[in-house]
Design a protein around this ligand. Structure first.
Ligand code: UTP
Length: 305
């Protein structure tokens, strides 16, 4: 009988600390999506009928996250309102017996006291945005989800990563996806070591490398589990690619000091911060929805796809 190869744990005697908190950086300016994002945060643009950010929160809840820390910026207060009760609306739905709509509103609300907001006063880069959440995280491992990276997986990407986190004995676990060579310079890229199943040992990470210098075609997707020691690196506020404080640069410093792995997540990924990626996500989610798919399919046919 064939036995499945299991990833050997780094520290078999210790149980990794649970990951209870997630940081959702939402302070970016969304310049690729202007003019839509002039007054509306890109995280609030809907994929079918749910804002992009809600998919990330639901993915985190499925993975067992209990505390959500949003790193917001100017003009992002509607994100705060979205994760709060809307009393007038709820009363109106109740009055009109719109039970289905009311239930769907209430189901998506995180528990009272489980959501916090902090501000990144200047969009100095993703690393800086994560650093802004340091006092909420303290000294526990935590997850980071970039909401405009929409990943549809069963189970969700973060849950797949949580399993890997426990299988390898903790440390840093990031999500990875294979991309064509022509695209790789746009992303953070992984230098892979040993690969067992869908778990990849990470030997290095580099932000936006030139095609010739890219160590692989494995790019980092916007999901991370990180040890709190990353804050000591982010504290240095060193600027990297594009003059921004990059999360990738601080992650590189953890390699060799902490177990560091990537998970080739199973699922479909859409860049909702990009116009075409966003349209793609809407079509894919619409086609997967039984209440929408027949009409959407007919429209797509009529426009000649
Ligand atoms: P992006 O680079 O995709 O966001 O950052 P952006 O800067 O808004 O995009 P464009 O290129 O101008 O369209 C990835 C994630 O990091 C957050 C963004 O909100 C997004 O979730 N981010 C980025 C911050 O919170 N602060 C920053 O300074 C930069």
């Amino acid at each position: 009988m064939k036995t499945r190869e299991k990833y050997p744990r780094n520290t078999p005697m210790t149980k990794p600390l649970p990951v209870r908190k997630a940081v959702l950086p939402v302070a970016g300016m969304g310049t690729r999506f202007l003019p839509a994002t002039k007054a509306v945060p890109k995280e609030m643009l809907p994929v079918v009928d749910k804002p992009v950010v809600q998919y990330a929160v639901e993915e985190a809840m499925e993975a067992g996250i209990e505390q959500f820390i949003f790193v917001t910026g100017r003009g992002k207060h509607v994100i705060e309102d979205h994760f709060d009760h809307a009393y007038e609306l709820e009363a109106l739905l109740r009055e009109r017996d719109k039970t289905k709509e009311l239930d769907s509103l209430l189901e998506s609300l995180p528990k009272s006291g489980s959501v916090s907001f902090t501000r990144q006063q200047k969009p100095l880069g993703l690393g800086h945005a994560v650093w802004c959440a340091r006092h909420f995280i303290g000294d526990e491992p935590f997850a980071v989800l970039l909401p405009d990276d929409l990943i549809l997986g069963k189970p969700g990407a973060l849950k797949q990563m949580m399993k890997a986190y426990h299988d390898v004995g903790g440390g840093a676990v990031i999500a990875a996806e294979e991309r064509p060579e022509s695209e790789i310079s746009r992303y953070g890229v992984i230098a892979p070591g040993k690969i067992v199943g869908n778990i990849i040992e990470v030997k290095g990470v580099v932000e936006k490398p030139k095609i010739k210098e890219a160590p692989s075609r494995l790019r980092i997707v916007g999901r991370y589990i990180l040890p709190s020691e990353i804050f000591a690196e982010l504290d240095r506020k060193e600027k990297g690619a594009g003059g921004e404080i990059q999360l990738t640069d601080s992650m590189q410093k953890l390699i060799g000091r902490h177990p560091f792995h990537a998970v080739n997540v199973k699922g479909s990924w859409y860049d909702c911060g990009d116009k075409v990626g966003f349209l793609h996500a809407n079509i894919a989610v619409g086609l997967a929805r039984p209440d929408i798919a027949p009409a959407l399919r007919a429209i797509l046919k009529s426009v000649g796809t």
